[in-house]
Ligand binder design. Structure first.
Ligand code: 6R9
Length: 650
């Protein structure tokens, strides 16, 4: 972030206080903050009783005797799937729609809570029939179809640990995640629809599983009816196996601290981290935040989170939070602009969506397309708008509220991470006077600070690093199989505090502004990708000798991936062909989301005398800025060559 942009932030003086009508009906009021402040653990204890159904009560709310390894609701037992499905049916809401699913080609399906209960029970029985037991890992590699949620809930029901791998990831990315978690089963589909085409998933699974000795079976949903390779000894059709199972399944309660899932996210090294979440605390905080941050009224709201289930936002705010709260929601399979740019707004109109939760990158794309496209649809059902994934610039925030929210709806900018499991910093609609561009204050029950290098809290009006100073229920418990890395990554930089990896600033009112990652993690359209991961993919290509990757700010995607590569002598001088070949290679190694926006073939990379690549300078080049200090470079003339090459490229 440039210093200009920073000082702009300080001068944001637009305020959007809640309307009296909204405040009067809101789930939250200011007393939540007071209650949590008076006694944080008593506050969580009360929320856990109010929002979830437990089979056995806990003896202790939090055991923090061995930090940073937290235990929440010690001794408590519950079944996550029962909480998300069965109890709503038991309470008489079996006919309420849980999921209005909209396929990209225009097909649709609505599942009530009673339907969901039947399908989850059948799927749980199917998992058991395949020999899956409590504690086993199941990889889920799926398009956005209801069976994805059903598969996750079926795992939760029997205590198997799911590891959902985003369907846009490559066979290699899937393989490495299967291997790390030693998954026994992969649940997938033949494919899914994207941009009007049936994209395939099964071939990537075949490729990954061929190299994954832990996998015994592959369970395949038929979504597109495209041809698939079939291994009779290993592959099983979902409709044949799941469809044949009994619709009854008695859920057993699991320990609050039993693992619910692993979700891999990019870190500063090339190896993704398996973030481990557990049943009790995770479900509580997702339900709590979903209820208060979105002001959910389960009887009347139609909620829509546009994320993919493959990311944490989909886990927490498509599957667990909304279903725990008995919400009615929309799930959409495809891209925002198919068959035309107004598709999302058609979905809002068709289902009467009242709460919309999406990412700044989508908002900026719509903003570029103009007001007319949403203007032609009836969006008057909307009453709360949410944003997540990256900082939302004030202009996009204002546009979102004005054009999508008719200048009437609250906008909540929600900060959180895969690791935090649920929303941590956000305004509360009906309570907070909103400030465009700022996530503002930690939610009741959460304690955050902005600190300087030395770990001291900065005064208002200053910037630094975001840390969380107290454990929270949905915190990650560890990195799968690597407690040391868990400690090193999050708990070592500042003593006794969780370091989020984000820069932040407190304004004169003490409100928090998130400023983006301070490590080597890029944020491209809200997706976390590490520079090292892309560098490793590039140097795995035989023509590449060396590579350096930076995230350059991009008006639409937040950041764009810009790579600088040195080719091997035998590869010739580069040219358009090799650049295209390398971009495709990265897409194949990691997934299309990691495809560099731009690749620059260079003769040298800027290095310090100790051999460290100075990414800061490459970022200056990629963002067309004047170069910063080049004094520490081993060879300061290198940058002239690189800058010259860059201005000549398109
Ligand atoms: C939920 C999610 C986490 C990183 C996080 C931060 C960025 C997320 C944000 C935000 C500013 C917000 N981030 N929400 N930055 N304002 N409202 O996105 O999880 O994929 O793990 O990414 O995303 O940099 O550290 P995840």
């Amino acid at each position: 972030m440039t210093s200009d942009a920073l000082s702009n932030l300080l001068h944001e003086d637009r305020r959007f206080p809640p309307s009296p009508e909204f405040a009067a009906q809101a789930n939250a009021d200011a007393s939540l903050y007071e209650e949590a402040k008076a006694d944080r653990l008593a506050f969580w204890d009360k929320q856990a009783r109010d929002l979830l159904s437990w089979e056995t009560e806990w003896d202790e709310v939090l055991d923090w005797s061995n930090p940073p390894f937290a235990k929440w609701f010690v001794g408590g037992r519950l079944n996550v799937a029962y909480n998300c499905v069965d109890r709503h049916v038991e309470a008489g809401h079996g006919d309420r729609v849980a999921i209005h699913w909209e396929g990209e080609p225009g097909d649709s399906r609505s599942l009530t809570y009673a339907d969901l209960q039947r399908e989850v029970c059948q799927a749980a029985n199917a998992l058991a029939a395949l020999g899956i037991q409590h504690g086993d890992r199941v990889a889920i590699y799926m398009p956005m179809i209801p069976e994805t949620a059903v598969a996750m809930l079926a795992c939760a029901r029997i205590g198997a640990i799911h590891s959902v791998v985003f369907g846009g990831f490559s066979a290699e990315a899937l393989r490495s995640r299967i291997e790390d978690a030693e998954a026994k089963l992969v649940i997938t589909a033949d494919g899914g629809y994207r941009r009007g085409k049936a994209a395939a998933l099964k071939p990537a699974v075949d490729e990954a599983v061929a190299k994954s000795p832990s996998v015994e079976k592959v369970l395949v949903v038929c979504r597109t009816e495209q041809d698939v390779e079939w291994d009779d000894s290993r592959d099983v059709w979902w409709h044949e196996l799941v469809g044949a199972q009994s619709e009854d399944h008695t859920p057993e309660a699991h320990d609050a601290e039993d693992a619910l899932f692993i979700l891999y996210t990019s870190g500063t090294t090339g190896k993704p981290k398996g973030i481990k979440h557990t049943c009790g605390g995770y479900l509580l905080q997702t339900a709590y935040t979903h209820r208060y941050v979105f002001d959910l009224k389960p009887e009347s709201d139609v909620y829509w989170c546009t994320a993919d289930v493959g990311w944490v936002t989909g886990h927490s705010y498509i599957v667990y939070g909304p279903l725990a709260n008995g919400a009615t929601q929309v799930m959409y399979e495809g891209t925002p602009d198919f068959p035309e740019p107004g598709r999302w707004w058609d979905v809002v109109e068709k289902y009467g969506v009242t709460i919309l939760y999406t990412a700044p990158t989508a908002i900026r794309t719509f903003m570029k397309q103009g007001d007319e496209i949403p203007g032609r649809r009836n969006l008057s059902s909307l009453r709360v708008l949410g944003s997540v994934g990256e900082p939302i610039n004030p202009e996009a925030w204002i546009w979102y509220r004005r054009v999508i929210g008719a200048d009437r709806t609250p906008v909540v900018d929600t900060w959180w991470q895969t690791e935090t499991g649920a929303i941590m910093i956000s305004p509360l609609p009906g309570v907070t006077s909103a400030k465009p561009g700022s996530a503002q204050t930690p939610l009741p029950g959460i304690v955050a600070q902005v600190v300087n290098e030395a770990g001291e809290e900065v005064p208002d009006g200053h910037g630094g690093y975001l840390v969380l100073t107290e454990p929270w229920p949905s915190m990650l418990r560890t990195i799968w199989g690597d407690d040391e890395r868990f400690i090193d990554t999050y708990w070592s930089r500042f003593e006794d505090r969780y370091f989020a990896g984000d820069g932040a600033k407190k304004d004169e009112d003490g409100d928090i502004w998130l400023l983006g990652r301070v490590d080597d993690v890029m944020n491209v359209s809200g997706h976390r990708i590490s520079t090292t991961e892309v560098e490793s993919a590039l140097v795995s290509h035989p023509k590449v000798a060396e590579a350096a990757v930076v995230g350059a700010s991009d008006p639409t995607t937040g950041q764009g991936i810009v790579a600088f590569v040195i080719l091997r002598a035998a590869a010739g001088d580069g040219g358009a062909d090799v650049v295209q070949e390398l971009r495709n290679h990265v897409a194949k190694e990691i997934g299309p989301i990691a495809k560099p926006r731009q690749i620059m073939v260079v003769a040298e990379l800027p290095k310090t005398r100790s051999g460290k690549i100075m990414r800061r300078l490459l970022r200056d080049v990629a963002e067309n800025r004047e170069l910063g200090d080049v004094q520490t470079l081993a060879d300061p003339t290198v940058m002239n060559l690189i800058s010259k090459g860059m201005s000549g490229s398109s």
